[in-house]
Design a protein around this ligand. Structure first.
Ligand SMILES: C[S@@+](CC[C@H](N)C(=O)[O-])C[C@H]1O[C@@H](n2cnc3c(N)ncnc32)[C@H](O)[C@@H]1O
Length: 250
């Protein structure tokens, strides 16, 4: 099983502290109420540290988060929130007795599925666990933007009261497989004792064009209802890094 997020997890919430989970959750709720206003329960695939799931539960949905990294699940479980629970599972082969109105997979989780077999298995599992007319909503890296913008090395610096980190992200492009392998190096300085530690992880990310998602949806029993840039709602273009897809179980 992939080890990515094993060490990255300890810095995850700091790395994304400026990510607006509240606005993203409002956006997701807007999509759900537009396409399935009767929805009551949600399965979230790749729920990470549980931010969307907890905010969705505050809005009245019952949420189950599935997440491969036990470290991420441990962080998600540090607070107990009514109406939400988290389980360690791989999205390509999970089994639940319950079925759901909506499946969500947010912040490029589907892009972590780089192999066709894992993608097909995941879509099949989602279909199996959705109620009639259920929705599958996810966002992925968009091939036209990856080709137009060509990922470059990036450096991000962050700090809280305990630690100061520098994250170097070095992409390696595998053009034949529609994959960008992002090599992360995190240098962390403990602000209490000055100790420096490093973490290295490879995150292979697959990007997709709309016809590819349409084909995947068709082959696994979904209908593509809509796609747009995640959050901004503008039509996808070569400037759109993350495209949100809304599928309905056929
Ligand atoms: C970028 S994070 C997004 C986490 C969360 N959805 C968020 O918005 O903060 C991607 C997450 O997907 C999880 N993930 C990737 N592949 C997975 C798989 N096959 N099964 C379950 N979780 C997976 C990773 O462990 C990681 O927590």
């Amino acid at each position: 099983m992939s080890q990515n997020f094993k060490h990255y997890s300890q810095y995850y919430d700091l790395l994304y502290k400026d990510k607006d989970y509240q606005s993203e959750t409002d956006y997701l709720t807007f999509l759900i109420s537009s396409y399935l206003p009767t929805a009551k329960n949600i399965i979230e695939l790749g729920s990470g540290t549980g931010k969307h799931a907890k905010l969705l539960a505050e809005k009245g949905y019952e949420v189950l988060g599935l997440e491969r990294s036990s470290e991420m699940v441990e962080i998600a479980n540090r607070t107990v929130n009514e109406g939400v629970s988290f389980k360690i599972a791989d999205v390509s082969n999970f089994e639940q007795e319950q079925s759901f109105d909506v499946a969500l997979s947010i912040f490029h989780v589907i892009s972590y599925l780089t192999e066709n077999e894992d993608l097909i298995n995941t879509f099949n599992q989602v279909k199996k666990h959705l109620n009639t007319d259920g929705l599958f909503i996810f966002d992925v890296w968009h091939s036209p933007a990856v080709h137009a913008q060509i990922p470059e090395k990036r450096v991000k610096r962050l700090k809280n009261s305990d630690v100061e980190i520098i994250r170097y992200a070095t992409p390696v492009i595998d053009a034949e497989r529609n994959i960008v392998e992002v090599n992360y190096l995190i240098e962390a300085r403990n602000l209490h004792n000055g100790q420096i530690s490093t973490v290295e992880e490879k995150h292979p990310m697959r990007h997709f064009g709309k016809p590819e998602i349409e084909l995947l949806a068709y082959a696994t029993g979904f209908k593509l209802l809509h796609c747009e840039e995640f959050l901004s709602k503008v039509p996808p273009s070569d400037e759109t890094w993350g495209v949100c897809y809304v599928l309905r179980k056929k």
